[in-house]
Design a protein around this ligand. Structure first.
Ligand SMILES: Cc1cc2nc3c(=O)[nH]c(=O)nc-3n(C[C@H](O)[C@H](O)[C@H](O)COP(=O)(O)OP(=O)(O)OC[C@H]3O[C@@H](n4cnc5c(N)ncnc54)[C@H](O)[C@@H]3O)c2cc1C
Length: 424
């Protein structure tokens, strides 16, 4: 049987592309190398699937630091609000959590995957599982078909490449698509890990002094070699046995990678503000007043509640203040240095976990060679791209799945349309 559109990859972008092409009446084949579709989607958002985000489009674009602006036209055709409506029509009600994050009411990522699979079935999309694609075939400047690893050749005029990036390869995303894109003349920008935990060899990390401690609503910055913030993010963070992690760290991670590369550094400094709503001088004056009021009280008790106790003890230690010391006996200079530590605790980081461990792959097929309203290749007739294989990457918070679904929608719709136009 001939197919109008072949979609390679059954992640969120490929599932959406296959559905969109099916809705246009195309004969669609979806091919995945795994035994299950949507494997990454099923583990996303801690198993709850942060399927999209409800912030205004402007904000969504800002939260996609890797070429978010390329998505303006795509969002004008199919937006985050359209994603929400799409899932509601499939019977998946979504709820909004902090920072605009949208999750299924069921709190179950598999329910999102299942709804997409049912829709594929309804639209009679053929699905080949356990069928790794070895190559995409081109003839005289247009798509000719797909070659499976088992040697089978499938003819088609339209191919959507939706095979994802290179992160978490056990879910099937092993970076197979870059070579097929290059063969069509596309440029692949350098791949790098993003939304990834950051590593450090600081003694307090090696000694696991703060391992397991999470700090809520802090401000974390990556500093340039002159000590100025390159980026700051206000969210939660976590100390681990190898470095730091948690939402604020994940967001900062790509700036660590970029700073190391740009200035050829072995280490980058991060700065942690544990009390971002308060000014340094104001906190200092308040502590001095409290100490004067109760000079015999231990400094640990005077400072109780300023920051979490474990972090407080750590900061006191690095500023050579004995927690049981009476506040009145501690010099103002020491207290000032301690307050500075609360506002600007600086530590060195030396990289990130590898690409395989990153939530998202940075870099990919350059967006300059893609039509922003259709996701069509500008270089090869009948070829479309969507999802993480593109040089588009967002912060965690639903932005990557949003990008995958939006680009998938456009790629599938237009792959189907192009075949109809050719047939007519
Ligand atoms: C643990 C984790 C949690 C995440 N949580 C979130 C979240 O909550 N919100 C969010 O927005 N983003 C999240 N992300 C990122 C998000 O899941 C990805 O950006 C998104 O899945 C990318 O979709 P995709 O369709 O481009 O590719 P993928 O989901 O990677 O799917 C690619 C598919 O292509 C198939 N494939 C690959 N090569 C071949 C081949 N040669 N032949 C046939 N098939 C092939 C694979 O088997 C796979 O099924 C998370 C990522 C991880 C790792």
């Amino acid at each position: 049987m001939d197919y109008d559109v072949i979609v390679i990859g059954g992640g969120p972008s490929g599932l959406m592309a296959a559905i969109a092409a099916g809705e246009k009446g195309a004969r669609v084949l979806l091919i995945d190398k795994g035994d299950k579709l949507g494997r990454k989607l099923a583990i996303s958002g801690g198993g709850r699937c942060n399927v999209t985000n409800r912030l205004p489009v402007e904000e969504i674009i800002k939260h996609i630091p890797g070429n978010g602006k390329f998505l303006y036209s795509a969002f004008s055709i199919f937006s985050n609000e359209d994603i929400i409506r799409f899932f509601e029509k499939l019977g998946i009600d979504l709820k909004e959590e902090d920072h605009g994050r949208m999750f299924p009411v069921s709190n179950n990522a598999q329910s999102v995957v299942d709804a997409l699979l049912q829709q594929l079935e309804k639209l009679r999309v053929r699905v080949f599982k356990n069928s790794p694609v070895a190559d995409v075939l081109y003839e005289n400047g247009h798509v000719a078909g797909v070659l499976l690893k088992d040697g089978q050749k499938l003819a088609t005029q339209s191919v959507v490449i939706a095979v994802g990036g290179k992160s978490v390869p056990q879910t099937g995303s092993t970076g197979d698509g870059y070579a097929w894109a290059e063969k069509a003349g596309h440029t692949i920008t350098e791949l790098f890990p993003t939304e990834v935990p950051v590593t450090s060899t600081e003694p307090f990390i090696k000694k696991k002094t703060l391992q397991g401690l999470s700090l809520r609503d802090i401000q974390l910055s990556v500093l340039n070699p002159k000590g100025k913030p390159l980026v700051s993010h206000r969210m939660d963070m976590l100390f681990t046995h190898f470095g730091v992690s948690g939402p604020a760290v994940l967001r900062c991670s790509q700036f660590v990678v970029k700073a190391m590369k740009k200035w050829n550094l072995k280490e980058v400094t991060m700065s942690l503000d544990a009390i971002p709503d308060r000014k340094e001088e104001e906190v200092f004056q308040e502590i001095i007043k409290m100490v004067k009021g109760e000079p015999k009280k231990s400094i640990k008790n005077t400072l109780k509640g300023l920051v979490p106790e474990r972090y407080l003890l750590f900061l006191l230690e690095i500023h050579h203040i004995d927690p049981s010391e009476q506040g009145g006996t501690i010099s103002n200079e020491k207290i000032r240095a301690f307050v500075k530590g609360c506002k600007q605790f600086q530590f060195k980081v030396n990289g990130t976990l590898p690409l395989e461990k990153a939530f998202v792959t940075g870099g990919g097929i350059t967006v300059k060679e893609i039509e922003p309203q259709t996701m069509a290749s500008k270089l090869m007739d009948g070829l479309y791209f969507c999802g993480e294989i593109l040089d588009i990457h967002g912060y965690t918070g639903g932005y990557n799945i949003t990008s995958a679904l939006v680009t998938g929608r456009l790629a599938g719709t237009n792959a189907a349309k192009s075949v109809k136009t050719k047939r007519a």
